[in-house]
Design a protein around this ligand. Structure first.
Ligand code: F6R
Length: 357
């Protein structure tokens, strides 16, 4: 049940630090080291490319997974929308490895792709929250997200759980290949758990931010670059699906190629800055929209912060920043939905698991 929480979404946002710790515990062996089924790792390491297939929030988590697999384990990774893959299949490499990301394990679009690739006998791994789910039964391998039941239609803790489990797989694949010698995911995920906690402690601040900047606006924008671009795609989906504020999330560098035409007096533009090499450029874009009248809010990370910033996130490993930067965006979506009088846990027109194509 919801316990003392008014909504499942609030409860599930709050559970994220515990989910991070649970994942670390679950994927630990008796020697206290991270471990997954060695057969999964072997198959993964024999492949020449990872194809991540998913929908919605799980798809957005997939892009962060791509960063992890490429940067840590040096395995080329593509991310595909399940609903497009079946109709427009990319040219596959010789030894593909498929990862299906699905909280419910029941998404029909993803299953359709799994059925197709099973016919070709390619190896597949489902990351799901639901043991025994269809995608889990039909894939060659399954790893569980350990997030506990996610009841709110808007996915929150499954996003962070998917990224954390992919971080573990990527690190183990890297180490098995003699890479990432000084990464310690167990330690880094512990730091993430505490960082998420400290952001959640500031929930009242985000409620006020939502009231001041989003509760009456017609539209909103999220911008970021690099890993923050992947994050803002999820931030944007979350805000639109529960608050019904028309939101676009896009690569900050693309602003001047079109979207800047939509900036009017007081249009909220939220910039997310957690990456050292791109942060300065995104900040420049934030200043450009201010000069066109936008209501700019900058969410940055310690070390990259400036006095103008609305909120500064605690610092975490550079490949794990979405685990922390997503939290303010979840809270903003939640409070904006609440203050607009929407049904937070059951937004209109949406279903928790989409079992039709
Ligand atoms: C967004 C949301 C949906 C799901 C999508 C995939 O908050 O809940 O976009 O992420 O329908 O669902 P799963 O992960 O169950 O395959």
């Amino acid at each position: 049940g919801k316990g003392t929480y008014p909504h499942y979404m609030a409860k599930e946002i709050d559970e994220q630090p515990a989910v991070m710790r649970k994942i670390v515990q679950h994927y630990q062996n008796e020697q206290g080291k991270l471990e997954i089924d060695p057969e999964i790792l072997d198959t993964l390491l024999q492949s020449d490319r990872i194809y991540i297939v998913a929908c919605g929030t799980s798809y957005n988590a997939g892009w962060v997974g791509k960063q992890l697999f490429e940067k840590l384990a040096h395995i080329p990774t593509e991310v595909h929308l399940a609903s497009e893959f079946g109709y427009n299949m990319p040219l596959l490499t010789e030894k593909p490895f498929f990862i299906f990301l699905s909280q419910s394990g029941e998404t029909a679009d993803s299953r359709q792709v799994l059925v197709q690739i099973n016919e070709m006998n390619y190896p597949s791994l489902t990351l799901t929250n639901v043991p025994g789910s269809t995608l889990s039964r039909e894939a060659r391998y399954t790893l569980l997200l350990q997030a506990g039941p996610e009841i709110a239609v808007a996915s929150t803790k499954a996003y962070t759980a998917q990224i954390a489990v992919m971080a573990i797989i990527a690190e183990l694949a890297a180490k098995a290949d003699g890479l990432a010698a000084d990464t310690d995911m167990m330690h880094e995920l512990g730091i993430v758990a505490s960082a998420i906690e400290s952001v959640i402690d500031d929930r009242d601040f985000f409620e006020q931010l939502s009231l001041d900047h989003l509760s009456t606006s017609r539209n909103a924008f999220y911008i970021g670059r690099g890993i923050d671009y992947y994050l803002v795609m999820e931030a944007c989906l979350k805000l639109k699906e529960v608050s019904y504020v028309q939101t676009e999330g896009f690569a900050a560098g693309e602003l001047k190629h079109g979207t800047i035409a939509l900036i009017e007096e007081n249009t909220p533009v939220i910039s997310v800055i957690t990456e050292e090499k791109t942060g300065g450029h995104t900040r420049g874009n934030a200043h450009e929209v201010v000069s066109r009248g936008a209501d700019s809010l900058i969410i940055s990370m310690e070390g990259l912060d400036q006095p103008e910033d609305a909120y500064v996130l605690p610092k975490v490993h550079p490949l794990l920043t979405p685990l922390v930067s997503v939290v303010p965006t979840q809270l903003l979506a939640y409070y904006t939905s609440l203050h607009r009088g929407n049904d937070v846990d059951k937004p209109r027109n949406l279903a928790k698991s989409v079992t039709v194509e």
